[in-house]
Design a protein around this ligand. Structure first.
Ligand SMILES: NC(=O)C1=CN([C@@H]2O[C@H](COP(=O)(O)OP(=O)(O)OC[C@H]3O[C@@H](n4cnc5c(N)ncnc54)[C@H](OP(=O)(O)O)[C@@H]3O)[C@@H](O)[C@H]2O)C=CC1
Ligand SMILES: CC(=O)C(=O)O
Ligand SMILES: [Mg+2]
Length: 768
């Protein structure tokens, strides 16, 4: 995090600047490109996408304008429009120079809410011209986000466009900023024990952002007589003539005070939406107890947080930047408020929708922090308090809370032209966007939920397990049993701001002191006494190896499944699972299946973790187990045995092994759709298969790839994962006598939840 020695007002941070220039220039200029969502691979596609086929949707839309939402991308397309007259705190730098900011807003819309954006920089300073240009764009867009247009022109531009256009028009610097400021104010006042009706507010800036923030704070209870605005001319007072307009006039005070220094005494809130470095730290000394200092000018705040903190250790400090705590920036609002508005076809964004967004953001900050948000804040896990008044923009819960709240408010106030008919499906869709694992994991969670199964976690003290345990309890997926020292569990839960408590909400197995210790040693020794382990070693292992403790617990029937592996080597965990839990009767070897959730669908790989060089019989065995495992995800298996050889083009041992495995599987499961050996690309392309191996019985795209060796499977899986930015679920151990899974050390808490749900679903299937 930079300190003031790195970044001073008006002194550019040259290192960051150089990196930013490189970032914008390479590997291709700018931050955006347009991608087609439909294939255009042949003459037929051309006839559909373009002439003559395209005439059909045109004529449908001509008859019924609302069908544009069905046949074009309009309903998910927003224009980010600027004339470049108030670009961040850089001022009137013009429309062309504003383009990097507008491209940036487009990226944020896409990243945080999957909304497509065209950035539109307009060379139009005059209100009439700007309004005419934007109003004429209505056929293209589902919404208009006005950006960085200076006050007072921005007020009239927005007012007139809202009156003329039948789609949401939202000046982000006004309302996006006001919503997030209001949420931060609400939470800060809660911490300071102050009421909004009583607090004294002083602004630096009386432009677009500052006035909109004040308007919203007033509608939430702030009193006009408690508010003083200052700008480049000083205090906004009654009778002032220079640089006044009717929007500022609302806040003009009957006062003799003329400067910020004259009015900041006793202020509870400093709201800076003006320019970098204009607040002298010593002025903060005059503010009231536990003040809220919002230095929101970008890129350089009105006062750097460390300077402010040095003068006022009791202050709650916010900036607009991502490199300090409490980033009060409209990015926490605009993607999500538009998501909700577009999803219900809102014709405008009204006050009720804005208040719904304020409530959702403010409440979210007071809930425990998600793992993703914790990461966005660095190594410290934020807990609601002075340094965590509002969520990080990376908090995935923002879209889940704000968008539905906004859509509901739109419907309640009659501005939704396409009201959401199935709320469960809508929430599911948002969830899927956030957690790409959502859709495919759904059947697994459905089986797991409310089954009451007990799952034991070897890495109970790990933060990811603690976070997962809370989710598992909240979502009623299992009864977690955590192996760990109770005092450590308690301390960590408190540090991470989690609600669940050991002994009360979940059972604990304390490896240092558990009354069952002797029984566990006896049980373990009965399993490994003939595998080179003597009684003394067995005692030490049961005291120190939490995977063994978990496995013994499962083997004794005290837990229904085991989750381990966040620390230590895979080979050691699998050894312990083999020794204590063992393979299902009738299965000769345990194996592993990996699932990648790619943009184009799920793809399974076997054996990606366990058997180094399986025989044909081994491959046939894990192919059948894997194919049955796909049932758990409601996926009909299409199996390809993949090789360097395509139907006999190679005669290596591995190719022959796959051919033999195919014969065994076909005999055992005659109805399974399976073929091979074949190239990886042939497995994934029916078109290619039909050309080079027309006799193949496999149809469509294979979803389960079977490899001849561990290396081939694991290397391919990891390369595909990295190249397609896919989500890995697994490894899913196949053929264990009771559910047991070994997580990879890089697993997230979401990964822990997913693997636990799989273990629970397996336990339900095995034991009912
Ligand atoms: N964190 C966030 O989410 C957001 C931050 N901002 C930041 O707020 C600032 C203002 O943006 P916006 O309202 O859109 O722009 P406007 O141009 O509409 O308003 C700027 C205001 O700041 C005043 N001002 C400018 N320089 C000074 C100064 N040296 N001392 C005192 N007042 C000054 C202007 O006064 P005058 O008109 O008399 O020149 C005007 O009142 C920018 O720095 C911007 O980056 C804006 C939106 C969101
Ligand atoms: C954040 C933003 O919109 C601004 O600084 O203008
Ligand atoms: Mg802006």
């Amino acid at each position: 995090m930079p300190g003031t020695e790195d970044i001073q007002p008006n002194q550019p941070n040259r290192d960051l600047d150089a990196q930013a220039l490189f970032y914008h220039r390479y590997p291709q200029p700018g931050k955006l490109e347009i991608r087609a969502t439909k294939t255009l691979g042949n003459q037929r596609d051309l006839a559909l996408a373009y002439s003559p086929g395209v005439a059909a949707p045109c004529l449908e839309i001509e008859k019924d304008a609302s069908l544009a939402a069905d046949y074009t991308g309009r309903a998910n397309l927003v224009a980010v429009v600027s004339n470049g007259t108030a670009v961040l705190g850089l001022g009137d730098i013009g429309p062309l120079a504003s383009k990097p900011v507008m491209e940036g807003k487009a990226v944020l819309f896409k990243k945080f809410a999957n909304i497509d954006v065209f950035d539109i920089e307009v060379d139009a300073r005059e209100i009439d011209r700007l309004v005419d240009v934007v109003a004429a764009l209505e056929p293209t867009f589902g919404g208009i986000n006005l950006e960085d247009i200076k006050a007072p022109e921005c007020f009239e531009v927005e007012e007139r466009l809202r009156a003329r256009m039948g789609i949401p028009v939202f000046h982000d610097d006004q309302h996006g900023t006001a919503i997030i400021v209001a949420a931060a104010v609400r939470n800060a006042l809660l911490l300071a024990g102050k009421a909004i009706e009583d607090v004294k507010i002083v602004t630096s800036g009386a432009g677009a952002a500052a006035l909109a923030c004040l308007n919203l704070l007033v509608s939430l209870g702030a009193r006009l007589e408690n508010i003083t605005c200052t700008d480049i001319e000083g205090v906004v007072y009654k009778g002032r003539e220079k640089r006044m307009d009717r929007w500022m006039e609302v806040y003009a005070r009957d006062t003799e005070a003329r400067t910020l220094a004259d009015v900041i005494g006793g202020a509870d809130i400093f709201l800076g939406l003006s320019a970098g470095g204009i607040l002298k730290p010593e002025l903060l000394e005059k503010m009231a107890e536990r003040p809220l200092v919002m230095a929101l000018a970008n890129p350089t705040p009105e006062v750097m947080p460390d300077l402010a903190r040095a003068v006022r250790p009791d202050a709650m400090i916010c900036t607009g930047r991502s490199d300090f705590p409490n980033q009060v920036n409209n990015v926490i609002c605009f993607p999500f408020i538009f998501r909700g508005a577009l999803d219900c076809g809102a014709t405008s964004i009204n006050e009720e929708m804005k208040i719904a967004a304020v409530d959702a953001i403010a409440e979210l900050s007071r809930e425990e922090v998600s793992e993703v948000a914790a990461k966005a804040y660095g190594s410290e896990t934020p807990v609601f308090g002075p340094d965590y008044l509002i969520p990080s923009p990376f908090d995935p819960r923002l879209i889940l809370k704000i968008a539905p709240a906004v859509a509901r408010a739109a419907e309640a106030t009659g501005v939704a032209s396409r009201p959401i008919s199935d709320w469960d499906a809508y929430l599911d869709k948002l969830n899927r966007f956030v957690f790409r694992s959502g859709l495919i994991m759904k059947p697994v969670f459905a089986v797991a939920r409310k089954s009451g199964k007990r799952i034991i976690f070897s890495d109970g003290e790990d933060e990811r397990v603690l976070r997962a345990a809370q989710v598992l309890l909240e979502e009623n997926i299992c009864q977690p049993i955590l192996i760990g020292r109770p005092s450590v569990l308690q301390t960590r839960l408190e540090r991470f701001g989690l609600r669940i408590r050991p002994g009360k909400d979940f059972e604990v197995v304390n490896p240092e002191d558990d009354p069952r210790y002797r029984d566990y040693v006896d049980h373990y020794f009965s399993k490994v006494g003939r595998l080179g382990v003597n009684p003394d070693t067995a005692r030490t292992i049961v005291r120190t190896n939490t995977t063994v403790i978990g496995a013994v617990s499962v083997s004794r029937g005290e837990a229904d499944g085991l989750i381990c592996g966040l620390a230590g080597r895979f080979s050691r965990h699998i050894r312990d699972i083999r020794h204590v839990i063992g393979a299902t009767p009738g299965v000769s070897k345990i194996s592993a299946l990996s699932l990648l959730i790619t943009q184009s669908g799920p793809l399974f790989f076997a054996d990606s973790y366990v058997q180094e060089d399986p025989s044909a019989a081994d491959i046939a065995e894990f192919t059948q187990l894997a194919a049955k495992e796909l049932d758990r995800f409601n996926i009909a298996p299409k199996v390809a045995l993949v090789s360097h050889s395509n139907f006999g083009t190679g005669e290596t041992e591995d190719a022959i092994k796959l051919r033999e495995a195919l014969a065994i599987v076909r005999q055992a499961m005659p109805n399974l759709e399976i073929d091979g050996e074949m190239h990886g690309d042939a497995a994934l392309s029916e078109e290619l298969r039909s050309r080079v191996m027309p006799q193949s019985t496999l149809t469509g795209v294979a979803n389960l790839l079977i490899f001849p060796t561990l290396d081939a499977a694991n290397i391919t899986m990891n390369v595909v994962k990295a190249m397609t930015d896919s989500l890995h679920v697994g490894p899913i151990l196949l053929g264990t006598n009771s559910p047991a899974h070994i997580l990879t050390p890089s697993a997230t808490s979401r990964g822990v939840v997913n693997m636990t749900a799989i273990a629970v679903a397996e336990a339900v299937q095995k034991r009912g």
